[in-house]
Design a protein around this ligand. Structure first.
Ligand code: ATP
Ligand code: MG
Length: 402
């Protein structure tokens, strides 16, 4: 390897973890220390340098995917061919996943997917990455390598800069438009680069040609930001995904909701998506033109909407009914929305949350079978009767029936 380490990371817990050490040791076995087969790359190195939490660990290697699999097999480490078409294997050690990708160069690009060839050249691999801050590499000792000589200075200045010419990099892969706004929001400081913004704006109409899966990954990460409404409005100012939100979307409400979720330590995407969908279940259909929303999220969104329609969350009884009908998480998230809407005072939220967390949610003590035993006939009327009794029981404060 013709690179020299440019600096060393401060001691990092995640670097010391046994699974990471093992996976890197297996990949680097037999390689000289100053010319390793595999290095950490991308988000983990960037975030470590910025003192931010590490979410996932990506490894770049000059070994081919076949070699990676063979080495992992021999070491008893499970592998999943998660992105084998572009050279990515996920190794799972002790329940922890590591994305291992063979060094690459693009052979053909069409804005959506690339045909790649494997490479053994670290700088060549860095040149096909999106932003300079994402090109940094590190070894197991925390020594950082800057293959293009630009990543470290841009990290220090918190500048999100395309590797190469923005318009060309966006033409190769339109997803980079969304990634540019995401990375600037998360790691950037100061103004965005006018040339990059112009290139994003010029290619905004290409975004719908991307797969929903890729768009969703980026949008969910933008929505996880502390102020997604702010990021989305900067994007919309450039004509990017202006038609993502459903009618009735209130950016100020999204801003306030995110602030309140953060304050209560209850950050969650379904409530944010519901606000983006205009607080209506049909809004999901609008969002689904771009997004793949997991079933579990949709269930939560419908439940939050149910709580909002059901009850005034200032009342203890209403909270109990919401808990009984929809469960703790949707009730808590509906409460966050109600506070953001100023319909519940923030001061009362502590007590409400206490109830939401700790109330022993009862089960309705009467079943159809009980009624049949009492002489009722099976059929639709019986179902109605159970529902009516249940409603009465709820209204009566969930007291035991006798
Ligand atoms: P995080 O995981 O925190 O979202 P990350 O930088 O690790 O951030 P990933 O999407 O996991 O982002 O990608 C890993 C690395 O792969 C990036 O740091 C970047 O170097 C490269 N990369 C990912 N997607 C692209 C893309 N569309 N174009 C060019 N390079 C990319
Ligand atoms: Mg990553």
């Amino acid at each position: 390897m013709d690179m020299k380490p440019a600096q060393t990371l401060t001691p990092q817990d995640w670097l010391q973890s046994a699974p990471l050490q093992k996976v890197l040791a297996v990949l680097n076995e037999g390689a000289p220390q100053d010319d390793p087969n595999a290095l950490l790359v991308g988000g983990c190195v960037r975030n470590a340098l910025l003192g931010q939490t590490i979410d996932d660990i990506d490894i770049a290697t000059r070994l081919t995917p076949d070699e990676v699999i063979a080495r992992m097999d021999a070491a008893g480490i499970k592998t999943i061919p998660t992105g084998i078409d572009h050279g990515t294997i996920t190794a799972v050690e002790d329940g922890q996943p590591f994305e291992i990708t063979t060094l690459r160069r693009d052979v053909e690009t069409d804005g959506r997917r690339a045909i790649v060839a494997y490479s053994t050249d670290w700088a060549e691999d860095a040149r096909r990455r999106d932003f300079t801050i994402n090109t940094l590499l590190a070894d197991v000792k925390g020594r950082v390598y800057d293959p293009l000589g630009e990543g470290l200075k841009d990290i220090q200045a918190r500048r999100v800069v395309f590797v190469g010419e923005p318009a060309q990099r966006i033409a190769e892969d339109h997803l980079r438009i969304l990634r540019y706004f995401r990375f600037h929001a998360l790691y950037g400081a100061g103004n965005m680069d006018p040339e990059a913004l112009e290139a994003c704006e010029a290619a905004a109409d290409k975004i719908p040609s991307l797969s929903k899966e890729r768009i969703t990954q980026e949008i969910f990460k933008i929505l996880s930001h502390d102020d997604p409404a702010g990021v989305l409005s900067v994007m919309a100012g450039r004509g990017i995904l202006t038609d993502l939100p459903a009618s009735g979307y209130n950016p100020q409400l999204l801003k306030d909701l995110c602030f309140i979720q953060k304050q209560f330590g209850l950050r969650a995407l379904p409530a944010r998506l519901l606000v983006l969908g205009g607080l209506k279940a049909e809004g999901v259909l609008t969002l689904e033109r771009y997004l793949l929303i997991p079933k579990l999220y949709k269930k939560d969104m419908a439940a939050i909407e149910g709580v909002l329609a059901l009850a005034d969350l200032n009342e203890e009884q209403a909270i109990k009914e919401a808990l009984y009908r929809y469960g703790r998480t949707p009730t808590a998230q509906a409460l966050m929305i109600e506070i953001a809407l100023d319909r519940v005072m923030r001061g009362g939220a502590g007590e409400a949350l206490n109830l939401i967390r700790n109330w022993d949610i009862p089960t309705f003590p009467v079943s159809g079978e009980d009624l049949i035993k009492q002489g009722y006939k099976p059929g639709p009327e019986l179902g109605q009767k159970v529902i009516a009794l249940e409603a009465e029981w709820i209204k009566g404060g969930f007291r035991n029936l006798c």
